[in-house]
Design a protein around this ligand. Structure first.
Ligand code: BES
Ligand code: MN
Ligand code: ZN
Length: 503
C-alpha cells in the first residue's frame, strides 16, 4: 500500500473514491461543499433526506455522482464541528478506512486531513490518519492454510491512499510526516505480528532469530543473544528460575542501534518477552488462557520501535533488551515459597509463580544498569491484571522515578494517541513487598497490584533514570476484533523522534 499527500479540489480527483467529512446540523466541510456545488446539491440532498446526518463515525457511499471525476464519494460523519478534536478526527478516519477496507477500494483520496482539528497541525493529521488507517488494514494471516491464503490474495485491497492538504505550502512537512508515519506503522505491524503468533511458533528461540533478522535487514543494528549458560555466569537467578520449568531455553536479546553522536548516552528499551504465561505452579484458570501468548508484547514493542528508528535512520543511540522465556508448570518449575538470588544480589521469595514478569525483568534491568551508562531506561511489560482493572484498555500505566522522563513519555503518548497515565511510585507501597525470609517478595497482595509490581522493579532501578510502562490492558484486544495492537510502538517512536530532533 502506498501513501501520498496532495493539494487540490475534490471534484477534480480522478480516483475510485473521494472521502469528505460532513458535520452535524447539515454543515458540510469545505471539501463536501465543493462536491455539493459540482453535483447539483447531491450532498445537501442526502443530508436533507436524513440518509446521513453527520453523526460522528456515520458513513454513506454515493455511487457515480454526476459532475465530478471520481467514481464514488464517501461521506463521513464528523459530529459537531465545534467538538471536532483529535479523538473525533481519529474516529472519523477509522470509520472511513473501515469502509475502504470493506468495499475493496483500490485507490482513494481523503479530505478529512483538511479538517481543522483543535491544537493540531497538518503533519500531525497526516501522520495519525496514516497510522490509524494502517491499523485497520492490518491482517494477521501467517497461520492460515493454503486455501484461505490464496483466497485472501485474490481479494481486492487498497493500493493507494492520498491525504489532501489545503495548500501547497504544507506539502513538504506533510511528506516528512508521511515518511515517519509509514515507518511507525511498519513498526506497529511487526509488533502486532510477533504478538499474534502463537506460543508454539513464537518461542524465545524464535524471538532470538527475529532479533538476528533485524540486524541483517538494518546494518546499523547489532544483535547479541545471551544463552542460559551466559545468564548462569552473570548470576541471573531470577530469570533462570522462570525458564527452569520450560523445555524452551530462555534467551536474552540485546539490539544496539548506535547512530547518534559518539559518546551520547543511549536510551535503553527493555521489553518483557514471556512467550507463553500459564502461570507456572500457580496455574492460571483455563478461560482465556490462550491470550497469554500475548505476554511477550513488551518485547515485540521493542522490536517494533527498533525497526522504526532504524528504517528512519534516526540519529540516536538506542539499545533494545528483551528477556524471553515461557512460564509453565513442571517438576522443575518455581514453587511458591522458593527463594532465588537475582543478578543484583537481592534475594526474592517467590510467593506466586505467576508474578514471573518482574522476575525476568529485574535481571534484565540489572544487566542494563551494569553494562550501559543510559540516558534513560524504559521498560514495557504486560505485567499485571491489576493494571487492566485500574485503567482498562485505553491507557498504558506509567511509573517513573524521574519526573522529566515521565512528562516526556506522557507527552509522546498524547501526541501519538498511544496514551499513558501516570500512577504513583510512593515508598509507602513498597511495604507490601516485605518478606520474612528474603530481601523482597515477588507479590504484594491484591491491593494496588500494578503499583506494587512497579515498586518491585524499582528496587532494581534506583540508580537509573527509569520508567515502566504496564501495557497489560493496551497491548492486545480481546473479543470480536481480538489481536495485538502494537502498542506502545507509536509512543516510543514519537519519544525517540523527539529525542533525535533535540540532537
Ligand atoms: N502476564 C500476566 C499479567 C496479565 C494478566 C496481563 C492478565 C494481562 C491479563 C502476569 O505475568 C501475571 O500473571 N500477573 C499476575 C500477578 C499477580 C500474581 C500478583 C496477575 O496480574 O494476576
Ligand atoms: Mn504471570
Ligand atoms: Zn506474565
Amino acid at each position: 500500500m502506498e501513501f501520498f499527500v496532495k493539494s487540490g479540489n475534490p471534484e477534480k480527483q480522478r480516483v475510485g473514491c473521494v472521502i469528505v467529512g460532513v458535520f452535524e446540523r447539515r454543515s458540510p466541510s469545505t471539501a463536501a461543499q465543493s462536491v455539493d456545488d459540482h453535483t447539483d446539491g447531491l450532498v445537501s440532498s442526502v443530508m436533507r433526506r436524513g440518509d446521513m446526518d453527520g453523526r460522528l463515525g456515520q458513513t454513506l457511499l454515493l455511487q457515480r455522482p454526476n459532475g465530478i471525476f471520481a467514481d464514488r464519494v464517501l461521506l463521513v460523519g464528523c459530529g459537531r464541528e465545534r467538538q471536532f478534536d483529535d479523538a473525533a478526527f481519529l474516529y472519523a478516519n477509522a470509520a472511513a478506512a473501515r469502509v475502504l477496507d470493506e468495499i475493496g477500494a483500490i485507490e482513494a483520496i481523503t479530505y478529512l486531513t483538511e479538517l481543522r482539528v483543535k491544537g493540531r497541525e497538518t503533519p500531525w493529521k497526516v501522520k495519525q490518519a496514516l497510522v490509524s488507517s494502517r491499523d485497520i488494514f492490518y491482517r494477521f494471516e501467517d497461520c492460515l492454510g493454503k486455501g484461505a491464503k490464496n483466497h485472501q490474495k485474490n481479494k481486492k485491497a487498497l493500493q493507494r491512499l492520498t491525504f489532501a492538504v489545503s495548500s501547497r505550502i504544507e506539502l513538504p512537512d506533510a511528506e516528512q510526516a508521511l515518511l515517519e508515519a509509514v515507518a511507525i506503522a511498519d513498526g506497529v505491524d511487526l509488533a502486532k505480528t510477533l504478538g499474534n503468533l502463537p506460543g508454539n511458533i513464537c518461542t524465545p528461540s524464535y524471538l532470538a532469530e527475529q532479533a538476528q533478522k533485524l540486524a541483517k535487514t538494518h546494518s546499523k543494528i547489532k544483535t547479541r543473544v545471551l544463552e542460559e549458560a551466559d545468564m548462569e555466569k552473570l548470576g541471573m537467578g531470577a530469570l533462570l528460575s522462570v525458564s527452569r520449568g520450560s523445555r524452551q531455553p530462555a534467551k536474552l536479546m540485546i539490539m544496539e542501534y548506535m547512530a547518534g553522536a559518539k559518546g551520547s548516552k543511549p536510551i535503553v528499551l527493555v521489553g518483557k518477552g514471556l512467550t507463553f504465561d500459564a502461570g507456572g505452579i500457580s496455574l492460571k484458570p483455563a478461560p482465556a488462557m490462550d491470550e497469554m501468548k500475548y505476554d511477550m508484547c513488551g518485547g515485540a514493542a521493542v522490536f517494533g520501535a527498533m525497526q522504526t528508528i532504524a528504517s528512519l535512520g534516526l540519529p540516536v543511540n538506542v539499545v533494545g533488551v528483551v528477556p524471553s522465556s515461557e512460564n509453565l508448570p513442571d517438576g522443575d518449575a518455581n514453587k511458591p515459597g522458593d527463594i532465588v538470588t537475582s543478578m543484583a544480589g537481592i534475594t526474592i521469595e517467590i510467593l506466586n509463580t505467576d508474578a514471573e514478569g518482574r522476575l525476568i525483568l529485574c535481571d534484565a534491568l540489572t544487566y542494563v544498569e551494569q553494562n550501559y551508562d543510559a540516558e534513560a531506561v524504559i521498560d514495557m511489560a504486560t505485567l499485571t491484571g491489576a493494571c487492566v482493572i485500574a485503567l482498562g484498555n485505553h491507557a498504558t500505566g506509567l511509573f517513573s522515578n524521574n519526573d522529566k522522563l515521565a512528562r516526556e513519555l506522557l507527552a509522546a503518548g498524547d501526541n501519538s494517541f498511544d496514551r499513558a497515565w501516570q500512577l504513583p511510585l510512593w515508598p509507602e507501597y513498597d511495604q507490601q513487598l516485605k518478606s520474612p525470609f528474603a530481601d523482597v517478595a515477588n507479590v504484594g497482595g491484591r491491593e494496588a497490584g500494578a503499583i506494587t509490581a512497579a515498586s518491585f522493579l524499582h528496587r532494581f532501578t534506583k540508580k537509573l533514570r527509569w520508567a515502566h510502562l504496564d501495557i497489560a490492558g493496551t497491548a492486545w484486544k480481546s473479543g470480536k476484533d481480538k489481536g495485538a495492537t502494537g502498542r506502545p510502538v507509536a509512543l516510543l517512536s514519537e519519544y525517540l523522534i523527539g529525542k533525535s530532533r533535540q540532537g
